[in-house]
Design a protein around this ligand. Structure first.
Ligand SMILES: *[C@@H]1O[C@H](CO)[C@@H](O)[C@H](O)[C@H]1NC(C)=O
Ligand SMILES: *[C@@H]1O[C@H](CO)[C@@H](O)[C@H](O)[C@H]1NC(C)=O
Ligand SMILES: *[C@@H]1O[C@H](CO)[C@@H](O)[C@H](O)[C@H]1NC(C)=O
Ligand SMILES: *[C@@H]1O[C@H](CO)[C@@H](O)[C@H](O)[C@H]1NC(C)=O
Ligand SMILES: *[C@@H]1O[C@H](CO)[C@@H](O)[C@H](O)[C@H]1NC(C)=O
Ligand SMILES: *[C@@H]1O[C@H](CO)[C@@H](O)[C@H](O)[C@H]1NC(C)=O
Length: 255
């Protein structure tokens, strides 16, 4: 019978294991770990999770194209960054997709651009999306998302554009949006948002486009709005504000 030295003996007496073998072991584990947790395969499984949460894809955009036999970087709507070769942009706009956003999308750690406007996505947005710290552009407009606008949107410190128009969002505008110091465009029109406009919003000094029309906002329009000196497009129409109605103001139309 062959006797194998138990692994615990090897660990206890490292002199039996030449140092280079330790190096080899660690290198092997390193490769396995990095392949599993910090490469494009993580992005692939996140996108496959999204695909599995699509319940209706009438034009078979994802059904036929998002195939594991090709790189995710060649999938329709997916763009990879040239430096890291990770998914940096996801654009599934106007594909007539019905589905929900799975928590796994929070694993797309290089995602900076996420655009899914004009589809039928519904449900609420998973808090795991807060992991997407590179996010600059979010457009979820013209879908059927519901629930409150998550206060954790305030975590996207690089966010420049947030578009949630034409959904079923309820509740108030989270005051945490005032933390978005890079925000240039905010579009929350055509929802069922109520309450007052939070004063914190006027901390967003880069704001150029602000659209809150067709909601149930109330109170007076805060004078702090005058602090947004770069504002070129403002639409507050069809709300329940009281007082002077300078609700629409479009000197420049920024798309
Ligand atoms: C998926 O779509 C992209 C963009 O339209 C195209 O370049 C690619 O060849 C398609 N891949 C497959 C497997 O159909
Ligand atoms: C996203 O996709 C839509 C529809 O295909 C297209 O019109 C739009 O230009 C795309 N956006 C970007 C930034 O490429
Ligand atoms: C991705 O996200 C899900 C849910 O948030 C998590 O369970 C999973 O462990 C994550 N990591 C990888 C490598 O897929
Ligand atoms: C919203 O999307 C639908 C198709 O899903 C389209 O017919 C409609 O024109 C869009 N509305 C706006 C305001 O973009
Ligand atoms: C964001 O804003 C809220 C309310 O305006 C504040 O309490 C919070 O400390 C800010 N910071 C972060 C990182 O959310
Ligand atoms: C507007 O700016 C003035 C002067 O910088 C400041 O005192 C005031 O607190 C600001 N208001 C808001 C709501 O940010």
């Amino acid at each position: 019978m062959m006797r194998l030295t138990p692994i615990s003996n090897l660990m206890a007496k490292p002199s039996f294991l030449p140092p280079f073998m330790f190096g080899l072991l660690f290198a092997t584990f390193g490769v396995i770990l990095s392949a599993k947790y910090s490469s494009i395969t993580v992005d692939q499984s996140a996108l496959l999770a999204l695909k599995s949460h699509i319940t209706h894809d009438p034009h078979n955009f994802l059904a036929t194209n998002w195939s594991t036999s090709t790189s995710v970087c060649s999938w329709i709507g997916v763009t990879c960054g040239s430096r890291h070769h990770r998914v940096s942009a996801l654009n599934l706009s106007s594909m007539d997709l019905t589905g929900t956003i799975p928590s796994q999308l929070g694993n797309l750690s290089f995602l900076a651009w996420f655009e899914i406007h004009q589809n039928s996505f519904h449900g609420s947005l998973p808090i795991e999306l807060t992991n997407l710290r590179r996010m600059k552009y979010l457009d979820f407009g013209n879908n059927s998302f519901n629930g409150e606008i998550p206060s954790w949107f305030g975590c996207f410190s690089k966010l420049q554009r947030l578009s949630l128009y034409l959904n079923n969002f309820i509740g108030v505008i989270p005051s945490t949006l005032g933390n978005l110091s890079k925000l240039e465009g905010l579009n929350l029109g055509w929802n069922q948002i109520s309450g007052r406009i939070p004063n914190s919003l006027f901390k967003c000094k880069e704001m150029k486009f602000l659209s809150l029309h067709d909601n149930s906002l109330e109170g007076s329009i805060p004078t702090g709005i005058g602090n947004l000196t770069l504002l070129g497009f403002l639409d507050l129409g069809n709300n329940h504000f009281k007082g002077k109605q300078f609700l629409r103001h479009h000197p420049i139309s920024i798309g």
